[in-house]
Design a protein around this ligand. Structure first.
Ligand code: UDP
Length: 234
């Protein structure tokens, strides 16, 4: 039994909403347990500074920020090594889903704010950002869904909490996956795990990402159904 009573293959409660920032071109909120990510997408727009312009494909910029008040021990505000690494990890996990050649000489900015953190923030950030990109109308091959799997007390589990991450000997493996294309776009490993366990964990990540994908699709559809309802009222 896990500390919060979940089964090994059970994720925390998930909520997803699309269209949460009015002034963004696309936006979304993804909540998994006590971890909340809010993503805003701005663009496509001209590249600034201009010398970074790519005549062949889009320039994707990602910014991950964890708020000071999001964690029990106040985090120093502003960028640090961790946020710079996570911004890169998030960008690399999202890029394979985008038709990059559709947007030559253009830039797309993705801002993700972690307003509450209880582990799994990079994965929540990716799941939120993928919905926000789709909401912005960016041409995409697939939606990216992400979740951490790992080994806690010698059991393979999905969606670790901070409490589980802190148990001695825990291995944490954040995964991003494109369910329709059946391709992984992120695999990190913090700790040690035998090859057989890695295979089991990847299978668990796949089935869990497929569940997240359904929630993401529903959140996208819900926004457009609501828009249509409002149009019909006018
Ligand atoms: N964390 C924290 N303070 C920090 C950084 C992280 O309390 O300055 C916590 C937070 O709950 C975060 C967790 O540690 O979700 C795990 O962080 P990690 O860097 O492993 O990334 P994540 O699992 O959030 O993707």
């Amino acid at each position: 039994m896990r500390p919060d009573g979940r089964k090994n293959d059970e994720m925390r409660k998930i909520e997803a909403k699309v269209g949460v920032i009015e002034k963004a071109d696309g936006s979304a909120m993804f909540k998994i347990g006590n971890t909340i990510a809010i993503a805003g997408v701005y663009g496509p727009k001209p590249v600034r500074p201009k010398h970074l312009e790519d005549p062949e494909k889009v320039l994707l910029k990602c910014y991950y920020d964890m708020y000071s008040f999001s964690v029990p021990e106040r985090k120093r505000p502003g960028p640090d090594r961790r946020s710079i690494e996570l911004s890169m990890v998030i960008k690399n996990a999202l890029l394979p889903a985008i038709f990059v050649k559709e947007y030559p000489k253009s830039q797309i900015d993705v801002f993700v704010s972690i307003v509450q953190a209880d582990a799994g923030t990079r994965c929540a950030a990716i799941s939120a950002a993928a919905m926000a990109l789709a909401d912005a109308g960016i041409a995409m091959k697939d939606i990216v869904a992400a979740v951490a799997v790992g080994r806690v007390n010698n059991e393979i589990v999905v969606d670790l909490t901070k409490e589980e991450e802190d148990i001695e000997g825990t291995t944490d493996m954040p995964i991003a996956y494109m369910p329709r294309m059946k391709k992984f776009t992120l695999l990190q490993l913090d700790g040690k795990m035998p090859a057989d366990d890695i295979k089991k964990a990847l299978e668990l990540a796949k089935t869990s990402c497929e569940k997240i994908y359904e929630i993401q699709k529903k959140a996208l559809k819900d926004k457009y159904l609501k828009m249509r309802e409002n149009e019909n009222k006018d």
